[in-house]
Design a protein around this ligand. Structure first.
Ligand SMILES: Cc1cc2nc3c(=O)[nH]c(=O)nc-3n(C[C@H](O)[C@H](O)[C@H](O)COP(=O)(O)O)c2cc1C
Length: 142
C-alpha cells in the first residue's frame, strides 16, 4: 500500500558534500527500480528525508539507510498511508538548507516553527505540506 515515511538524522562530520552527491546519485538509480520517490533535505549537520512508495519496500530501505555510516541518530518522524504521492516526479529530489533554515520559499512564522520542530524530531501532520512547499521552488535538483 502506498505509504510515506519521514525521518531526520544527524549528518556525520566526515560526510562531505561529495558523499551527499554520491548518496543522491545512488538513490535516484535505485529508487527508480523500486518505484520509490521522495526528497532529501540536507544541511551541514542534518538530513530530512521523505520516502514514498510501497510500505514494505520503504521499510526495507529505511532499515538499510539507518545503518549507513554517513549519518547517525536516525529518528522516525512519521509513517503513514497516503492516497497519492507528493513528489511523483522525483526519484530523490534534493535541497541544501543553511543553518538558519532560510529558504527561497517564503514560509510564514508558523510554518517556520513547524519546520524547526520537525528538524528536532517532532512529528507534525503538516510536515509534508511544508516540505512540499519548500520543494516547489525552482532551485531543486532531482
Ligand atoms: C541520508 C541518506 C539517505 C539515503 N537515501 C537513500 C535512498 O533514498 N535510496 C537508496 O537506495 N539509498 C539511500 N541511501 C544510501 C543507502 O544507505 C545505501 O548506501 C545504498 O542504498 C547502497 O547500498 P548497497 O551498497 O548495499 O547497495 C541513503 C543514505 C543516507 C545516508
Amino acid at each position: 500500500m502506498l505509504s510515506e515515511l519521514i525521518y531526520v538524522s544527524r549528518r556525520n562530520i566526515n560526510c562531505t558534500d561529495k558523499d551527499v552527491e554520491q548518496i543522491l546519485q545512488a538513490s535516484i538509480r535505485q529508487n527508480k527500480k523500486k518505484d520509490l520517490t521522495g526528497v532529501l533535505l540536507y544541511s551541514q549537520t542534518q538530513f530530512i528525508q521523505v520516502l514514498e512508495g510501497d510500505g514494505k519496500t520503504i521499510l526495507g530501505l529505511y532499515d538499510h539507510i539507518k545503518k549507513d555510516r554517513r549519518h547517525k541518530n536516525v529518528l522516525l518522524i512519521s509513517l503513514r498511508l497516503i492516497e497519492k504521492r507528493y513528489f511523483p516526479s522525483w526519484q530523490m529530489g534534493s535541497k541544501k538548507i543553511d543553518q538558519d533554515y532560510e529558504f527561497l520559499t517564503p514560509l510564514n512564522a508558523q510554518e517556520k516553527e513547524i519546520f524547526k520542530q520537525l528538524i528536532t524530531g517532532k512529528e507534525s501532520h503538516k510536515a509534508t505540506d511544508i516540505l512540499h512547499k519548500i520543494f516547489s521552488t525552482k532551485n531543486t535538483t532531482s
